[in-house]
Ligand binder design. Structure first.
Ligand code: IPM
Ligand code: MG
Length: 367
């Protein structure tokens, strides 16, 4: 039997250094758990632009389509701010999402006990938090036509279009219900049905899908109220499902509840491939953090936990994913902190690679 294949796209900024720690973890699972992967590496974002003049080459796109899962670090940086829109680093990521048709973006927000003090919210509001945002990722205002900057009379007009078909809504909502069945059996759907027709349709489709899941409770919230509820009482939520743009914003908001953006993984899933695995890309929610790149300060946990999501959602290794997540918890409980995880009391941070090594140590201890 051939090994499952992974394409690693470290990207820009802190991407390469956090991905180096993920490679240690991948190697550990190969050596100690007999879960070996065929790993290839390629360029995306600014690093691809520097080499090839585009943020994602057709060859890399084809490799991403061919592998069992893609792991991505981060893209972007100030160096690329003035580039034409069509070749900006972010376009590479958006092309991957669109062409792989990764319609369900899973963004868990979990508050680790060891970090409950860290949130900008009071500890009892966030301690034990465990929610999942399912963000539609391939449609909506990110991709709708018409779009552009046009001349209109004696001035210009900037246009983007929110557009959702019923089937696009349905598959994202269905993904949320499937997840809810394995969690707390509650789905909250967020849109702006009070002002947007696409929101009215979203709500209708959500209600229709809900009929197939009688065990799951469906509620609806306007997205602005949802943002407010997320910071008021986030533990009321189990699974939140929402569109591309609201999901982008609400997931950053949810991320901060957990204390640090450096902790949060994500999975972007599409339809099943021939081998039954979903098309999949895993990436940390944080960005490329150019201000700290190359200094060994970055927190590799979000990227490592993204690999845990790959084990769970692409490779059906939920037990091994849980082992890796427990190793991260152990290390945090021992007080090991990268710079982003130092509270007001301060302390001495460990480096990116020391954090990776500590997690490997905890994995060894788990055997
Ligand atoms: C995200 C990011 C991206 C998005 C950017 C980098 C294009 O903010 O994944 O949340 O807006 O989707
Ligand atoms: Mg975002």
């Amino acid at each position: 039997m051939t090994n499952p294949s992974l394409l690693i796209l470290p990207g820009d900024g802190i991407g390469p250094e956090v991905m180096a720690e993920v490679r240690k973890v991948i190697d550990w699972f190969g050596a100690k758990r007999g879960i070996a992967f065929d790993v290839e590496e390629d360029l995306v974002g600014g690093s691809a632009y520097d080499e090839h003049g585009v943020p994602l080459t057709d060859e890399t796109m084809a490799r991403a389509q061919a592998v069992d899962a893609v792991l991505l670090g981060a893209v972007g940086g100030p160096k690329y701010d003035d580039l034409d829109f069509s070749v900006k680093p972010e376009r590479g990521l958006l092309r991957l999402r669109k062409e792989m048709d990764l319609f369900a973006n899973l963004r868990p927000a979990q508050c680790f006990d060891a970090l409950a003090d860290f949130s900008s919210l009071k500890k009892d509001v966030v301690a034990g938090l465990d929610l999942m945002i399912v963000r539609e990722l391939t449609s909506g205002i990110y991709f709708g036509e018409p779009r552009g900057i046009f001349e209109e009379g004696n001035e210009r007009v900037g246009i983007n279009t929110q557009r959702y078909t019923e089937s696009e809504i349905e598959r994202a909502v269905r993904a949320a219900f499937e997840l809810a069945m394995r969690r707390g059996r509650r789905v909250c759907s967020m849109e702006k049905a009070n002002v947007m027709e696409s929101g009215i349709l979203w709500r209708e489709v959500a209600n229709r899908v809900a009929q197939d899941y009688p065990e799951v409770e469906l509620t609806h919230m306007y997205a602005d109220n949802g943002a407010m509820q997320l910071v008021r009482a986030p533990k009321q939520f189990d699974v939140i499902v929402t569109d591309n743009l609201f999901g982008d914003i609400l997931s950053d908001c949810a991320a901060m509840l957990t204390g640090s953006l450096g902790m949060l993984p994500s999975a972007s899933l599409g339809a099943p491939m021939e081998n039954g695995r979903p098309k999949a890309l895993y990436e940390p929610v944080h960005g490329s953090a150019p201000d700290i790149a190359g200094q060994g300060k970055a927190n590799p946990i979000a990227c490592i936990l993204s690999f845990a999501m790959a084990l769970r959602y692409s490779f059906d290794k939920g037990d091994e994913a849980a082992r890796l997540e427990a190793a991260v918890e152990t290390v945090l409980a021992e007080g090991k902190r990268t710079a982003d995880l130092l509270g007001p009391e301060g302390g001495t941070p460990i480096s990116t690679s020391e954090m990776g090594d500590a997690i490997i140590g905890a994995l060894d201890a788990s055997l």
